[in-house]
Design a protein around this ligand. Structure first.
Ligand SMILES: C[S@@+](CC[C@H](N)C(=O)[O-])C[C@H]1O[C@@H](n2cnc3c(N)ncnc32)[C@H](O)[C@@H]1O
Length: 282
């Protein structure tokens, strides 16, 4: 995505930075406080240097004529971290296995269906959705049912999604998982790296999706993982997103967010279950 021609009025570096800052918020939810502009300035200075320009004023002038020189989507990607790892905030997986999955499976059975719907909404390089798929397989094998629908994993960054689709990880990264899961869901490659098994790979569908877009799903999800992405959003954006996620959560379904992400309880449509775990009333 490029800076729109409507931006051609701004000529100074400062005005251009402000315009880009607002664009990052409106299009990607990424909230950069004006006092924290240093990182943004550093990224733009790097862009200026790569274009052979000196300083942000020169970059601003260049963008008047060549708005395509700035890919705002790529910039958004660079302003956030894709940091993730297997078994991150593992208390969530314990709750998932011991409590959330049995409850949603029981509800599904009562309704005469067992087609679990799970969405991992900021999937990064795939560690989180693959682990989710492992635990769901484990739970369903106890129920003696075949994994029916698969898991949707989305992220705004195509770069990390390419890594995720490959499904190959360093042995040290995989070692964070319980041994039983490593044995069941990975094969060792001659290089020493670990690849997820074809069955697990097939469980997860990766798609690029910006959480600031309207949620395009017709059905609701039993479980949504949306962890460690709302840290980039301001309060209004978070509450708008929570409302939209709630609409797409089945009654009795669960939302998992990062342990450091907290909301104004009065404005949160979900009931708090425990840190980072929320539920839509059954
Ligand atoms: C810190 S990682 C968290 C990964 C994983 N959920 C975890 O907790 O380990 C944040 C991810 O959110 C993605 N992201 C940032 N803004 C987004 C947006 N507006 N829509 C969708 N994904 C976004 C980033 O690309 C990044 O991969």
């Amino acid at each position: 995505m490029n800076l729109a021609p409507s931006s051609r009025k701004s000529v100074s570096g400062a005005a251009t930075i402000e315009e880009i800052r607002l664009r990052l918020k409106s299009d990607f939810g990424i909230h950069i406080r004006p006092e924290n502009n240093t990182m943004l300035e550093a990224r733009l200075s790097k862009l200026a240097r790569s274009l052979g320009l000196t300083g942000l004023d020169a970059l601003a002038k260049h963008l008047q004529v060549h708005p395509e020189a700035l890919d705002v989507s790529d910039l958004a990607d660079r302003m956030t971290t894709n940091y993730t790892y297997f078994h991150r905030e593992n208390a969530h997986y314990d709750y998932l296995v011991e409590s959330a999955l049995p409850q949603v499976l029981a509800a599904r059975k009562r309704a005469g269906q067992i087609d679990l719907k799970v969405w991992c909404a900021a999937a990064s390089s795939g560690e989180e959705p693959y682990e989710l798929a492992m635990w769901i397989r484990e739970a369903l094998s106890k129920e003696n049912v075949h994994y029916p629908a698969g898991l949707l994993a989305t992220d705004i960054s195509s770069k990390v999604l390419d890594v995720a689709r490959k499904g190959e990880y360093a042995a040290a990264a995989v070692a964070k998982l319980p041994d039983a899961l490593i044995r069941r869901y990975f094969t060792k490659l001659p290089s020493g790296a670990m690849r997820v098994t074809p069955e697990l790979h097939a469980d997860v569908t990766f798609r690029r999706f910006n959480l600031m877009s309207p949620l395009p799903f017709r059905s609701q999800f039993d479980i949504i993982f949306c962890r460690n992405v709302m840290i980039y959003f301001d309060r209004e954006t978070i509450h708008d997103l929570l409302e939209r996620l709630y609409e797409k959560t089945v009654p009795g379904g669960f939302l998992f967010v990062g342990l450091s992400e907290s909301f104004d309880r009065k404005r949160c449509p979900y009931t708090v279950v425990r840190p980072g775990i929320y539920r839509r009333s059954p």
